[in-house]
Design a protein around this ligand. Structure first.
Ligand code: GLU
Length: 586
């Protein structure tokens, strides 16, 4: 595996150029991280760690168990991650599956990181006007979501096949068995699954095939606990188990996808069989950077995950977050200010790097982030935030996003790691079902408006392009190079801030992983500060307002984070307490 794109610029253990009061400096053997969570692990030997058991953390216990079963049978982290992805598509169809795509970070036990892109792709014939109405105005979001216009070529099966070819240990067909079993024998509908069916009937019940699976003859969603069987999906999975990725991108399934999507696409730019046959999963340059004494790697373009997470953190290096702690409104104010800066850059610069130049290195250049961080003050609010000038102005980006995703983590007993965010974009994707699975609406992650202030928007629709994502599968290493934390989230544009909150909670506030995931979320992509409704941040609204934030509001946010941490050489996993997610040991 190659060295990271940005890590190469940041010599490991080089002295930090910012004064970090209260921040532990690496000792001469470079093995003293701030985190208590990490201390014992990093004080251990320099040999690769061997965990006595592997672990899977996923948003649904049945999917986590599917991954754990594969680990028990001798599968690699990659094998288990594929089985988890397939099982999630059965038991959590609202969020992800083979009709969608995703991003994945893989690492071996030495911390060599690979970054994988299975992002859905626009049909070749798509144009920048795809989401505009006849008078050039952006379509209402739900109008754009439901039906064929929003469907990109799904990427998850191609991604699974690529990583299995490189890192699989068990036969491909074995990885499908837990998901086939769940689809054929059935599983109990969870409360969250039921609530999703009730909340999103425009997509969930759009397709008669889906109504027959998830709804009763009275048109109501099946009750909590009802056994859901999906024989069509079982047959699809059996075909893919036997035929590999070609069984999806060519032949009968590809034809069915193209025909059904085209029939529901009201304009030009229809998805075709050649679009499916042309899809490739891509290995992307890893994006890693140093935050205090930690090496953090996350997903680069076409996802904005890595740059947003890393910029927000690194801009805060001059502040002693550890001393402030999670109960301090000033700490959350600083996080909000840093998010505002990072999201402004995200809006302007992020898009598919195969179509627009994305200045990743410049955006994460320590000197640039120091300049950006110097704009933040502990006792007042920046009046106006705009994108910076990390490099000559290259592109503009702007876009709406919604939720409907799943993140899962696998660490095997050798310390190989998979961190995969898998999505069909919003709940039940486009609503179109083929072979028992929902097709994504990922193309609504493109900016609907192709031009702004006379400049081309980086994330506008183009044929064969991948929409900008927020997904941020993330890996954290201590100063000794050992794995400390694997984390990621679902929740559209809130994904980076959920990950940031988990990282600050673990690395600065030294919380155990379950408590780090339970921390409230603050989402400040613009001048409006959104705090999680019902959380302790709501009580801080007066304090945040007193610091100068003009608009602070408490809102419900679609939050779902999954993580595994290494503590004393053992794996400790957690699911978000707001979800049904769990961690399951091998
Ligand atoms: N489609 C979104 C993205 O790629 C994720 C949606 C979600 O997490 O709910 O950023």
């Amino acid at each position: 595996m190659s060295r990271s794109l940005t890590w190469g610029l940041l010599a490991p253990f080089a002295p930090l150029s910012l004064a970090l009061s209260g921040c532990a400096t690496p000792t001469t053997n470079g093995a003293q991280p701030i985190s208590e969570t990490a201390s014992a692990a990093s004080a251990a030997t320099t040999q690769p760690e061997v965990f006595d058991k592997g672990m899977v953390s996923a948003a649904d216990p049945r999917a986590a168990q599917a991954g754990a079963e594969i680990l028990r049978r001798g599968g690699s982290a990659t094998d288990a991650a594929i089985a988890t992805m397939l099982a999630l598509g059965v038991v959590e169809p609202q969020s992800s599956g083979i009709g969608g795509g995703g991003f994945l970070m893989l690492a071996d036990e030495q911390g060599n990181v690979e970054s994988w892109d299975g992002r859905e792709t626009a049909p070749k014939a798509a144009t920048p006007a795809r989401f505009l109405d006849g008078s050039g105005q952006p379509l209402p979001f739900r109008t754009a979501v439901v039906g064929g216009r929003s469907v990109g070529v799904p990427g998850n099966i191609a991604l699974a096949a690529r990583i299995h070819a490189e890192h699989g240990r068990l036969p491909w067909a074995d990885l499908f068995q837990p998901a086939i079993r769940l689809a054929r024998e059935g599983y109990a509908l969870s409360k969250r699954g039921h609530d999703s069916l009730a909340r999103s009937p425009d997509t969930a019940a759009h397709d008669p095939q889906a109504r027959a699976i998830y709804y009763g003859s009275d048109g109501q969603p099946s009750p909590v606990g009802a056994t859901i069987r999906n024989p069509a999906l079982a047959r699809t999975l059996e075909r893919l188990a036997g035929e590999g990725a070609d069984g999806f991108y060519k032949g009968i399934i590809a034809r069915a996808i193209a025909e059904k999507v085209a029939a529901e696409t009201p304009s030009d730019g229809k998805l075709t069989e050649p679009d499916l046959a042309a899809f490739t999963a891509k290995k992307r340059p890893e994006v890693c950077a140093r935050y205090r004494v930690y090496r953090i790697c996350s997903m680069g373009p076409p996802s904005s995950g890595a740059t947003t997470v890393l910029a927000t953190l690194i801009q805060l290096e001059g502040f002693d977050l550890a001393a402030l702690g999670p109960g301090s409104p000033v700490a959350w104010h600083l996080i909000a200010e840093s998010e505002r800066l990072a999201y402004a850059d995200r809006e302007l610069f992020l898009g598919d790097p195969d179509f627009v130049p994305v200045p990743v290195e410049a955006l994460l250049d320590p000197a640039y982030l120091r300049r950006r961080g110097a704009l933040i003050s502990a006792d007042r609010t920046m009046a106006k935030v705009s994108a910076g000038l990390p490099a000559p102005h290259l592109a503009r980006g702007e876009g709406p996003e919604e939720h409907g995703t799943s993140h899962f983590v696998v660490v095997d007993r050798q310390g190989n790691t998979a961190s995969w965010t898998s999505t069909i974009e919003s709940a039940f994707g486009s609503g179109i079902m083929v072979g028992g699975f929902y097709l994504n609406n990922e193309l609504t992650d493109f900016s609907f408006v192709p031009e702004k202030d006379g400049a081309i928007v980086a994330n506008r629709v183009e044929g064969g392009k991948r929409p900008r994502s927020s997904m941020a599968p993330t890996l954290v290493y201590g100063p000794d190079g050992k794995l400390l934390l694997v984390v990621g989230a679902a929740g559209g544009a809130t994904i980076p801030v959920q990950v940031i909150r988990a990282l600050i909670g673990s690395l600065d506030w030294k919380l155990p992983v379950d408590q780090a995931l339970a921390l409230p979320v603050l989402f400040a992509p613009t001048d409006t500060i959104n705090v999680e409704k019902g959380s302790r941040l709501e009580a801080m609204i007066p304090a945040l307002t007193a610091l100068g934030h003009g608009s602070v509001r408490a809102i419900e946010m679609p939050l779902k984070t999954n993580a595994v941490a290494v503590v004393d050489g053992r794996l400790v996993g957690a699911g978000d307490p707001r979800s049904e997610g769990v961690a399951v040991s091998q």
